[in-house]
Design a protein around this ligand. Structure first.
Ligand code: AGP
Length: 612
């Protein structure tokens, strides 16, 4: 995920900006850059590579300016390259912008600006922003700093997508303007100096007083003042938030654990994974794959190979590939696949899903598949990891670094990316176009629905307090609901150490129901419309035998005999596992907290299983 920082004060801005970027490195990035405003001119320096490499370029410049903005970029639109790094300036070098987020309608905006004489140096979506600001400032007749603010507001009104931006202007060398929508931005209030950043840790070493900007709130910062405006540019007052975190909790951005932070980062991770693969005009693109219809048409079998949570993401992909692309698909755990002599030929596509890109069994399975002549595609969250270097093709989730051992945002990002990939394949193959329209619309709505889900989890937290001493917890699901059942069960067992198993609901009567007794806890996801009644009767069977039940559903269910029911927003049926898992992640998290366990580093587990 990109990171932005800014400084305005009495000290040299360059070292302060670099320090801020260093604190944001955990967000993951591939390039960095900064703009210093000095003598009413911009000095914009940027580089593909690490912050320390940027410092090697900026330090010798002895940049004396005391106002600047800087950025770490995780490539979404346009490959990692200096020219695509931020800050981006308008053609006349009057405005310099750093941006975190995704501008979905940048194609249209480039076209509009091109018709008005603007040209673009980069492949990025961001570069439309400074040129839009220039366009509106030039068009307006207000050369005051309020004219600058109005130009920024008009520019952001044209943007579809998410943004947190910091803007400088050579015409107003004593101010910086910021605004956000969906992407995070905070303002640090200092003494004779002020700061902006994507999150608090960047400048907690300089101040503990922060303003937390809300969507469409604007601010004009000078070194001694911060003026706030609402989305009608009416002046507003904001309360300072005093941050009393220690250094460790600062890394977690105020969350108690990395896992909780990463659960709450899922809307952003989904949004950034969608990135430039699906634009608001409905166009799909995977520049990194360029698969033709002829290439896809000759694929007779797809294997999806992974471990643990990544394999569970593959279960959802299987349903989508078979129902939408109509290609025979099999999901296998890598540790079995690599030893069972799978039937593979040149018409086999093997998809390897791996957050770390370093899982030993998955690497071995990939090498076996290649040796047998398969076409191999890796889906990973870590650029340049072993598996991404070994596979014929690779495409990335943009979940940002996942620190907690229990995978959450990587999982939902994997299903998101797989769904877009399936739509891309189906479009190339000319299959089921009527399904695609709703999927495209629904997937763009997912981040907001995930945010809605995350807005209040008190019910789940209270229920976890009631049942955390359970000795066994069983998860039930049919069809796509089974995917959340098995993933929810893994989350619970790996961080709470409670014995848990997931069953296909239809399998209950074939043995597992013998395990059900009074107060046994059974968790079930109920979202698959055409299996609903059968699934409900399965739950009634365990209730009859005394079980307590937690049900996660997107349906209006009349059944009042569930012990606890959690409602999730509706979405396209193929995408429901992305939402139905979130309450189960939170459930596992709070049970582990109730037991006083180390949520982020569970016993016996490693984040990446690099040995067999
Ligand atoms: C999931 O919470 C676990 N951390 C584990 O199952 C993990 O998904 C599995 O080890 C695969 O890791 P990978 O995605 O990095 O290959």
């Amino acid at each position: 995920m990109c990171g932005i920082v800014g400084y305005i004060g009495n000290k040299k801005a360059e070292p302060i900006l670099l320090e801020g970027l260093t604190k944001l490195e955990y967000r993951g990035y591939d390039s960095a850059g900064l703009t210093i405003l000095e003598n009413e001119n911009f000095k914009t320096l940027k580089n593909k590579g690490r912050v320390k490499e940027l410092a090697q370029i900026t330090n010798p410049e002895n940049l004396a300016g005391t106002i600047g903005i800087a950025h770490t970029r995780w490539a979404t639109h346009g490959k990692p390259a200096s020219v695509n790094s931020h800050p981006h300036n308008d053609n006349s070098n009057h405005f310099s912008v750093v941006h975190n987020g995704i501008i979905e309608n940048y194609h249209e905006l480039r076209k509009f600006l091109g018709e008005h004489g603007y040209r673009f140096l980069s492949e990025t979506d961001t570069e439309v922003i400074p040129n839009l600001i220039h366009y509106y400032f030039s068009e307006g007749n207000d050369v005051s700093k309020f004219g600058f603010l109005k130009a920024v507001k008009k520019a952001t009104e044209d943007l579809t997508g998410s943004f947190a931006i910091g803007v400088l202007s050579v015409d107003f060398p004593d101010v910086m303007i910021v605004v956000r929508k969906d992407s995070p931005l905070v303002i640090g209030k200092g003494d004779g100096e002020n700061f902006i950043s994507s999150d608090i840790p960047a400048y907690l070493g300089f101040t503990r007083d922060f303003y937390l900007l809300k969507d469409y709130e604007f601010a004009i910062l000078s070194k001694n003042t911060i003026e706030f405006y609402d989305n009608k540019l009416k002046p507003i007052q904001k309360e300072v938030t005093k941050i009393n975190w220690d250094a460790t909790s600062a890394e977690k951005n105020g969350y108690e654990d990395f896992m909780l932070k990463e659960i709450y980062e899922q809307p952003t991770a989904i949004r950034e994974t969608i990135g430039n693969h699906l634009c608001s005009d409905g166009s799909l693109q995977f520049d990194e794959l360029n698969f033709s219809k002829e290439f896809l048409s000759q694929i007779q079998k797809i294997y999806i190979v992974a471990c643990g949570t990544a394999m569970h993401a593959g279960l959802s992909a299987k349903t989508m590939l078979e129902n939408i692309c109509e290609i025979n698909t099999e999901v296998d755990v890598a540790s079995e696949f690599r030893y069972r002599n799978p039937l593979i030929n040149k018409n086999t596509l093997c998809i390897f899903i791996t957050q770390s890109g370093e899982t030993a069994d998955t690497i071995a399975a990939l090498k076996l598949a290649k040796a047998k002549g398969a076409i191999t595609l890796a889906i990973s969250n870590v650029e340049g990891s072993s598996i991404t270097r070994e596979a014929d093709f690779v495409t990335y989730t943009h979940a940002g670094p996942e620190i907690a051992v229990a995978s959450t945002k990587a999982y939902t990002s994997q299903i998101t990316l797989l769904a877009i990939l399936v739509m891309h394949f189906a479009e190339i193959l000319g299959k089921n176009s009527e399904i695609l329209a709703d999927m495209k619309k629904s997937i763009l709505e997912l981040p907001a629905k995930a945010e809605q889900l995350l807005s209040d989890f008190s019910e789940i937290k209270d229920f976890a307090h009631e049942v955390y001493s359970s000795k066994d917890v069983f998860f039930l699901g049919r069809g796509l609901d089974y995917n959340s059942a098995v993933e929810g069960s893994l989350k619970l067992k790996e961080i709470s150490y409670i014995h848990s198993e997931a069953f296909y609901s239809g399998e209950l009567k074939h043995g597992p129901i013998a395990l059900i007794e009074k107060d046994t806890l059974v968790v079930s996801t109920l979202t698959v419309e055409d299996l609903l009644e059968k699934s409900i009767s399965n739950i009634q069977e365990v209730i009859t035998r005394g079980a307590k039940t937690l049900v996660v559903t997107d349906k209006e269910l009349a059944h009042s005999n569930f012990t606890k029911m959690i409602k999730i927003p509706e979405t396209n049926k193929f995408l429901t596992p992305i939402l139905s898992i979130i309450p189960l992640q939170i459930f596992a998290y709070y049970i582990s907290k109730e037991k006083g366990l180390d949520v982020d580093k569970p016993r016996n587990l490693a984040k990446s299983v690099t040995v067999e």
